[in-house]
Design a protein around this ligand. Structure first.
Ligand code: AMP
Length: 212
């Protein structure tokens, strides 16, 4: 199963991607996580990317495309994968096709902007394994450390109100057109993210099981 998770920042893509990974045993490829890992490594390439991320801008297409091409060539992607945060532009979608990758479905998660700002402001992430929590909606067991690996949770630099607003603007301008792009191919599964995490999960699983 080859899936794309589309949706604005804060719509719950990462949380739902982890559920799909566990249920269907396919890896999650999060370009945001890969880029943040490069930043942490202190590589020259990583440092160049820091200002894009901190301002909520997209990093250049050619760079992200290279990252995804390398990752999809790994053996664990042979039986399928979940792309979380890629493609984010029509050029990236075209590059994915040019790699010979045919996706089975595009899960398009929608959520109103005002809810997004609240969700992202409360988001806490694990810097080690990438697990995502929310201070009130999905807190970790002790509120401060990751349930999966025990690392101390942090707030992302780009989860601040001004950067969130820019990320939403960038999404509307560059990424939202991908819904129409994939709808033309009949691949879009629209999902509302306004319900609980469990409701959204049930809606996605229902659609994916029907697809199988
Ligand atoms: P995310 O964790 O998916 O919210 O991504 C965090 C940041 O990484 C984004 O705001 C962008 O700066 C960068 N990024 C992640 N994926 C992409 C992509 N496909 N294209 C361009 N920039 C990306």
């Amino acid at each position: 199963m080859k899936l794309i998770l589309l949706g604005p920042p804060g719509s719950g893509k990462g949380t739902q991607a982890a559920f799909i990974r566990d249920r269907f045993q396919i890896p999650v490829i999060s370009t945001g996580d890969i880029i943040r890992a490069q930043l942490k490594s202190g590589s020259e390439e990583g440092l160049k990317l820091k200002s894009y991320i901190d301002q909520g801008e997209l990093v250049p297409d050619d760079l992200v495309i290279r990252i995804v091409e390398d990752r999809l060539a790994q053996p664990d992607c042979q039986n399928g994968f979940i792309l979380d945060g890629f493609p984010r532009t029509v050029a990236q979608a075209q590059a994915l096709e040019a790699m010979g990758t045919k996706v089975d479905a595009v899960i398009d998660i929608a959520l109103p902007d005002e809810i997004i700002v609240d969700r992202l402001s409360g988001r806490r992430v694990c810097p080690s394994c990438g697990a995502s929590y929310h201070t009130t909606v999905i807190p970790s067991a002790n509120g401060t450390h990751c349930d999966r690996c025990g690392s101390e949770l942090v707030q992302r630099n780009d989860d601040t109100p001004a950067v969130i607003r820019n990320r939403l603007a960038v999404y509307g301008e560059s990424t939202a057109p991908l819904t129409a792009y994939y709808r033309a191919e009949g691949k879009v599964i629209p999902i509302s993210s306004e319900g609980s995490v469990e409701d959204v999960k049930a809606a996605i699983f229902g659609a994916l099981e029907a697809l199988q």
